[in-house]
Design a protein around this ligand. Structure first.
Ligand code: NAI
Length: 261
């Protein structure tokens, strides 16, 4: 049985992943703001450090896998874009860098990062925002979305998920990750009914947008179904999966870009 770190383990898809791994007999080290084995705020450098150190200590330097599900959605608010960048991008990259040697110590280590289909369905996400995140210049990434006014959080959300997906695909194939036997992949859900989506649905303007968004099979996804995908992506059957972005979104990505992949 393995030892797995799961961020965002207190709610939604992260919680469902943690439950499914525990049901299968694995040890889960949950990381979240509350109700977790390691309570840490991933929006701050000190919180991210605490999450890295807390997991390394509890795992005794040996980690079979990690699921990075902590995230914040694009609800309105002046400071929202910064929070989105800190949690959704830095809260993935810094943790994975910190856990890398513990992952490399396992025999078939696997990592699943939660992306989003907003990466391919959100128009006009500025490249400067993505570049800013990937080069560690969060202020540049913030300036790049400011012109979108009240829509800035939605654009920042898509930028955070594009940047983290680019980071995974670039790193996955390198000596530091694939070369150490670590499989890095992204799971990109569409709209899944979790507390994150419920918060967005509570804003009338956002609710109208979400409900009119094309989902060919109709309705919202289920957290348990997405968790099954994450668990599968960490199973031995996924050993040939490396640097992939797996869209599980009821067909929205295919609807918008059938020939663009
Ligand atoms: P959720 O809101 O149910 O769970 C997210 C978890 O992350 C919560 O337990 C929360 O406390 C934790 N978290 C937030 N900020 C944190 C911080 N500063 N430090 C530590 N933990 C923090 O959300 P859900 O829907 O389960 O989302 C999981 C992932 O899937 C997120 O990365 C989200 O962006 C992504 N996603 C969600 C979609 C949806 O429709 N629900 C669609 C596409 C992607």
């Amino acid at each position: 049985m393995g030892v797995y770190a799961v961020t965002g383990s207190a709610s939604g898809m992260g919680r469902a992943v943690a439950e499914k791994l525990r049901e299968r007999g694995h040890t889960v080290l949950g990381v979240d703001l509350r109700d977790a084995d390691i309570v840490a705020d991933l929006s701050t450098p000190a919180g991210r450090r605490a999450a890295v150190d807390g997991v390394l200590a509890a795992a005794d330097g040996h980690l079979d896998g990690a699921v990075l599900a902590a995230g914040v959605g694009p609800t309105p608010g002046a400071e929202r874009a910064r929070l989105i960048y800190e949690v959704n991008f830095r809260g993935v990259v810094e943790l994975l860098e910190g856990w890398r040697s513990a992952l490399a110590a396992a025999s078939e280590p696997k990592v699943v990062v939660f992306g989003s289909n907003s990466t391919t369905t959100t128009p006009a996400v500025p490249r400067r925002a993505i570049r800013g995140l990937l080069t560690g210049d969060t202020d540049k990434a913030l300036r790049a979305v400011r012109i979108f006014g009240r829509h800035a959080p939605s654009i920042a959300y898509a930028a955070s998920k594009i940047a983290v997906s680019h980071w995974v695909r670039r790193q996955a194939v390198t000596e530091r990750w694939a070369g150490q036997g670590i499989r890095l992949n992204v799971l990109a859900p569409g709209a899944v009914l979790t507390p994150l989506l419920e918060k967005q649905l509570a804003t009338p303007e956002e609710a109208a947008l979400i409900r009119s968004f094309p989902v060919p099979i109709g309705g919202f996804g289920d957290a348990g179904d997405l968790a099954e995908w994450a668990v599968f992506m960490m199973s031995p059957a996924a050993r040939f999966l490396c640097g992939s972005v797996v869209f599980v979104d009821g067909g929205s990505d295919a609807y918008f870009r059938a020939e663009d992949w």
